[in-house]
Design a protein around this ligand. Structure first.
Ligand code: SAM
Length: 190
């Protein structure tokens, strides 16, 4: 995966929390696929303006919403306040040394974030550390051309192989709109 490192494009940032996106991809549709239980601790990594954060918070016990951008976190926080959800913790993070305890998270959810995360294997090691042994890593990336400004089309096989190289096992990949929803578990190696 290539790391872009630069700020998200203006058109991309507008799309992220737009009525158009809400119409094309209602956040509840994707969140439904995650089968979150009310006792789950969920990390919305690269939460952006919180498009999915509020939906996750309605299903989970607690959500940790992390992002490298303080500006995005502020937007997500405002959205959570407006929606009246109180079980979200906001965390400034780049994916290295995430301030979350070992083995404490049930699900890590990344929507069009993985391709932006630098040092992919370092972030994967962190995800592995904070996930419970039974935890799931769900990565959503664009895999077919369609509407999603700023998000490049990823090769599903390459993505699966890269994450598996970080000691995860791909359980399934579901197509959703023009995205792939990749469900990984930790593999059994130490
Ligand atoms: C395309 S946006 C997606 C936001 C959100 N997941 C959504 O679907 O609306 C990507 C987000 O990932 C964040 N990001 C990129 N690299 C990151 C990193 N290394 N650590 C944490 N967040 C990162 C960006 O700041 C941006 O908010």
């Amino acid at each position: 995966m290539s790391h872009k490192g630069e700020a998200y494009s203006a058109s991309g940032a507008i799309f992220l929390d737009s009525p158009l996106r809400r119409w094309i991809q209602p956040p509840s549709q994707l969140v439904e696929k995650l089968a979150i239980s009310p006792i789950d601790i969920v990390m919305d990594f690269g939460c952006g303006p919180g498009f999915y954060t509020v939906e996750l918070a309605k299903k989970a016990k607690r959500v940790v919403a992390g992002d490298v951008s303080a500006e995005m976190l502020k937007k997500a926080q405002r959205k959570a306040v407006k929606a009246g959800v109180k079980n979200v913790e906001f965390l400034l993070s780049i994916g290295i040394k995430i301030k979350v305890e070992d083995g404490s998270v049930d699900l890590i959810f990344l929507v069009t974030v993985y391709h932006e995360v630098g040092k992919g294997q370092m972030a994967l090691a962190e995800f592995r550390r904070i996930l419970k042994p039974t935890g799931k890593l769900v990565i959503v990336e664009v895999v077919k051309k369609g509407i999603f400004p700023g998000a490049p089309v990823q090769n599903p096989e390459a993505l699966g192989a890269e994450v598996e190289a970080g000691s995860f096992e791909l359980q399934q990949m579901q197509l959703y709109k023009n995205c792939g929803v990749f469900f990984f578990t930790k593999n059994s190696s130490p």
